[in-house]
Design a binder for this molecule. Structure first.
Ligand SMILES: Nc1nc2c(c(=O)[nH]1)N[C@H]1C(S)=C(S)[C@@H](COP(=O)(O)OP(=O)(O)OC[C@H]3O[C@@H](n4cnc5c(=O)[nH]c(N)nc54)[C@H](O)[C@@H]3O)O[C@H]1N2
Ligand SMILES: Nc1nc2c(c(=O)[nH]1)N[C@H]1C(S)=C(S)[C@@H](COP(=O)(O)OP(=O)(O)OC[C@H]3O[C@@H](n4cnc5c(=O)[nH]c(N)nc54)[C@H](O)[C@@H]3O)O[C@H]1N2
Ligand SMILES: [Mo]
Length: 799
């Protein structure tokens, strides 16, 4: 099976990419009037409480709100569906959640229902013309739905027919590799394990997941250096670090509970360096609503100005992080040269690492001119950041999508690890790499074997444990899956959650790919755009959410998740399911597996669904780190083993931590062009749009906004509030997105930012990170022009 079929439009150079637009593939352009006001200077505070309650009660009602929140992130309750930030090991607060967790839970615990009448009244085309926000507002799915070939509407269908339909299609394929099984990172460990087992028993490793678009660059960068692709810190290390560097992450919006840890770190005297093209509100001042739960801290919340977080904000150019990291290390090297032994941890380097000399050679060869040009920072800014790094006895580096979604992402992340190695910042308190994962169980899903790569040892174990013959060739990742559907080499698409139309790059191309399938099926809790751009036959399969009680033949079940620090947590729903027709995700996998594989495999799918303990026993038997899984999880949470963190041991081929030296990649943007990064607003979870606001950045009532530097506005003859179209440029191809409001913003000159998923149409499918194949959603070369203007084919904008 070829993993990389031809590119979308490799034949066309120098011309706009002429995709026929698929109606409804992109969110509609018409929006109420968008408004820009002043950006906020303090994160959270009263407004966070007020907003959460208003949104939460409005959506989930008082009863569901009162039933869910006391149980959220409690050991006997359920885990938040929002981000993967960990809970404290002990001493959990009675309100262990944040504003955006509140929104995520309420969104699921919605009291509104999608009835058969709704689907009779709304054709698929009608639904596709609505906004993403509107789709989510219509309530929970209540029964399985089918769109039969040629039909304009979805209609109810029985679960039995659902499984028969899918099994018939799967059995009719010429090869198992014509089927694709996608996963979004909300799926539990138990479902993920069963799901990958089914895909492999069926005969394919086509298991793309949201991780391919997310932290894949991290998962590729870290193992060759550390022997593991996960964070090597515990929550306590973040709270007690002497210095924390945060690169390419907006914790105030996307991991708000991380702010409590940063507050503790600051109160203990730590320093925070925030590296980001944007002055994100959450990085500066934080008023912690949790303070209201501690009598001694209430006055601080009521009368204080909030905790000052960042000691330094470095407004790096988009994708200037590698240059910054090289500058940081080069400055440290200059001090080390002047006073040998004063900066680097030579004992650690000698005893535990290899590749040091090569790194030093690269640092010496990298010029300050290149560093300053590419980073967009001054020598003085780098000097000050380096002083913080050199004074700190322990340093943690956190990063997220601002680093992973660039062409050179893997090499940049490897420079973070190089930086940490130089001062032995690994395997000791308050120190280490901290990639912050996005989806609440995306890390667990990968641990469970959701991976398009064929991992020989794991497949051997599956073969022995289940008496199956799993395929040994790599499958499709997300980008390869889109291409395979587009060129017809894949015909069956199944998604365990997520929004496969709106999350990947090149929306119009992805839409055509999905439409090219014989069957598309989505397991989901609510409607989203992927359900509306379908294959010949389409299925929507409604499942239980994490808030809901999961009753099976063997009684009430609980499941487990793994957070970004490798802690396995139990999660147990507390409210009645939204409808009696919902199945658990595991039951859906089992139904599909039974109908497809029949008695051809010796796996008793019904038994696993009746009692998830049996799935956990199999996880224990096949995946390292889960001894006595069922017993331990009943006692609470536990950490998965992490050799670099726990023992300074590195499971690399040489047993050493490995420095990786790369020359600095310059990122030059042609004159008249800008570099665009795509970001999340404060009121969305990925493609789920809670509301059309972005309070911290001062944007209200709309999402089609492009943040630009004042100087660029001036150079391009643009003014605040003006509507512009955006064109992206890649290898001579052009892609277009219409009607964005110009919003002047403190972002480095030459850089721009706009929201995802509205701008995914601009990201070329072939523009991916080296090695990890992650779409480069954070560096897109664009031009902007007012709609009336005729723009020139070379991309230059007429004055
Ligand atoms: N409420 C909420 N929580 C979420 C999510 C959500 O959508 N909403 N999504 C979840 C998921 S799946 C993920 S992966 C995470 C995402 O969490 P983040 O990575 O924080 O999300 P993004 O909005 O993509 O933000 C990237 C940040 O990097 C900055 N940035 C952009 N380009 C660059 C660059 O070149 N260099 C640097 N240094 N910075 C850059 C942006 O200004 C922004 O602050 O959050 C998770 N949590
Ligand atoms: N341009 C651009 N593109 C990006 C990114 C970016 O920063 N910029 N970020 C990328 C990243 S980091 C990620 S992780 C991906 C996200 O990609 P996905 O994970 O595919 O997308 P989500 O929007 O998180 O999926 C939301 C859908 O999941 C369904 N859902 C919610 N809860 C459940 C549940 O309990 N069970 C099931 N079965 N379904 C449920 C809902 O129907 C909801 O519509 O997008 C990527 N795409
Ligand atoms: Mo993500």
């Amino acid at each position: 099976m070829s993993a990389h079929p031809p590119s979308p439009s490799s034949s066309s150079t120098g011309h706009p990419v002429t995709f026929t637009r698929v109606p409804g593939a992109q969110p509609p352009v018409e929006e109420p009037g968008v408004r820009q006001t002043r950006r906020k200077k303090t994160a959270a505070g009263y407004k966070a409480i007020e907003d959460s309650i208003r949104f939460g009660v409005g959506m989930a009602g008082t009863k569901n709100t009162l039933m869910t929140f006391p149980n959220l992130n409690q050991v006997k309750g359920f885990n938040c569906q929002s981000c993967a930030w960990p809970n404290p090991d002990d001493d959990r607060s009675i309100a262990e959640f944040c504003e955006n967790g509140f929104k995520a839970v309420s969104y699921e615990a919605d009291t509104r229902r999608l009835t058969p009448k709704f689907f009779r009244e709304h054709s698929i085309a009608d639904l596709a013309a609505r906004s993403d926000h509107w789709l989510g507002e219509q309530g929970r799915l209540t029964e399985p739905l089918v769109r039969r070939p040629g039909s304009t509407h979805y209609e109810p269908v029985t679960w039995n027919e659902v499984f028969q339909l899918m099994a018939t299609e799967l059995k009719a394929l010429d090869s198992p590799h014509q089927a694709i099984f996608y996963t979004s990172g909300r799926t539990s460990n138990e479902t993920a394990f069963l799901y990958q087992l089914f895909a492999r028993a069926f005969g394919t490793n086509n298991l793309p997941d949201c991780s391919n678009m997310c932290h894949e660059s991290t998962s590729v960068a870290m193992p060759p250096m550390l022997g593991i692709g996960k964070a090597c810190v515990k929550l306590q290390d973040v709270e007690t670090a002497d210095a924390i560097f945060i690169l390419g992450q907006n914790p105030g919006t996307n991991h708000p509970r991380m702010m409590t840890a940063l507050q503790k770190m600051k109160e203990a005297g730590g320093k925070l360096v925030f590296v980001n093209p944007l002055p994100e509100t959450g990085a500066f001042r934080f008023k912690n609503p949790q303070d209201l739960l501690h009598p001694t801290r209430i006055p601080r919340f009521l009368f204080g100005r909030g905790t000052e977080l960042s000691d330094m904000w470095l407004p790096v150019r988009i994708n200037g992080d590698m240059a910054f990291l090289k500058g940081l290390m080069k400055d440290m090297l200059e001090h080390e040269d002047a006073h040998p032994g004063s900066v680097f941890d030579h004992d650690f380097i000698r005893l535990h690492t290899e590749g040091y000399e090569e790194l030093i050679e690269v640092l010496r060869a990298t010029s300050w001119d290149d560093i300053l040009h590419s980073s967009g920072l001054s020598r003085q800014q780098i000097r000050e950041a380096s002083a913080i790094a050199m004074q700190a006895r322990s340093t943690v580096v956190c990063w997220c999508m601002g680093l992973t979604q660039h062409k050179n992402a893997v090499a940049t992340i490897q420079d973070i690890i190089n930086f940490l190695f130089l001062r032995g910042n690994i395997g000791r308190p308050g120190a280490g790499p901290c990639p912050v994962r996005g989806h609440s169980n995306v890390q667990g899903d990968r641990t469970m074997g959701i991976w398009d790569k064929a991992d020989g040892d794991f497949l051997d174990k599956l073969a022995t444990e289940f008496n199956i013959d799993p395929p040994r060739e790599d499958g499709y990742d997300t980008v390869a899956a889109v291409k395979a559907m587009h060129d017809g080499s894949a015909k069956f698409f199944f998604a365990m959650g997520g929004n496969f139309l709106s999350s990947p790059s090149d929306t119009e191309y992805t839409a055509a790919a999905l439409q090219n399938c014989r069957l598309t099926a989505h397991v989901s809790i609510k409607l989203n755009r992927s359900h509306l751009i379908t294959g010949q036959t389409a299925l929507i399969l409604p499942c239980l959410g994490r808030t809901e009680i999961d009753r099976q033949a063997g009684g009430e079940q609980f499941q487990t998740n793994e957070d970004t620090m490798g802690v396995v947590n139990p999660t147990r729903g507390v409210i009645e399911p939204a409808s009696p027709h919902l199945l658990s995700e595991s039951a859906i996998v089992a139904g599909l597996a039974k109908a497809t594989l029949g008695v051809s495999t010796p796996i008793d799918w019904d038994a696993y669904v009746a009692d998830y303990d049996l799935i956990r026993d199999k996880i224990e038997a096949t995946i390292p780190g889960f001894p006595s899984f069922n017993a331990r999880i009943r006692e609470g949470t536990f950490y998965l083993p992490n050799p670099p963190r726990d023992e300074r041991r590195f499971e690399t081929p040489s047993g050493k931590a490995v420095f990786k030296a790369h020359p600095l990649t310059r990122c030059d943007v042609p004159p008249g062009h800008l570099l665009l990064t795509t970001i999340r607003s404060h009121d969305q979870f990925n493609t789920t749009i809670y509301r059309n606001d972005d309070r911290y950045r001062g944007i209200f009532n709309g999402r089609r906004v492009i943040f630009m530097n004042e100087d660029d506005l001036h150079d391009l003859n643009l003014v605040q509030g003006q509507m512009v179209d955006i064109t992206s440029h890649f290898k001579g191809e052009q892609r277009h997105a219409e009607k964005f409001m110009v919003a002047p913003y403190p972002i480095p000159k030459g850089c721009a930012a706009a929201y995802y998923p509205e701008t995914n149409v601009l990201v070329p499918l072939d523009s991916t990170a080296d090695e990890s194949n992650t779409p480069t959603s954070k560096s897109i070369i664009i031009t902007v022009h007012s709609p009336a203007e005729q723009f020139l084919s070379n991309g230059a904008v007429p004055r």
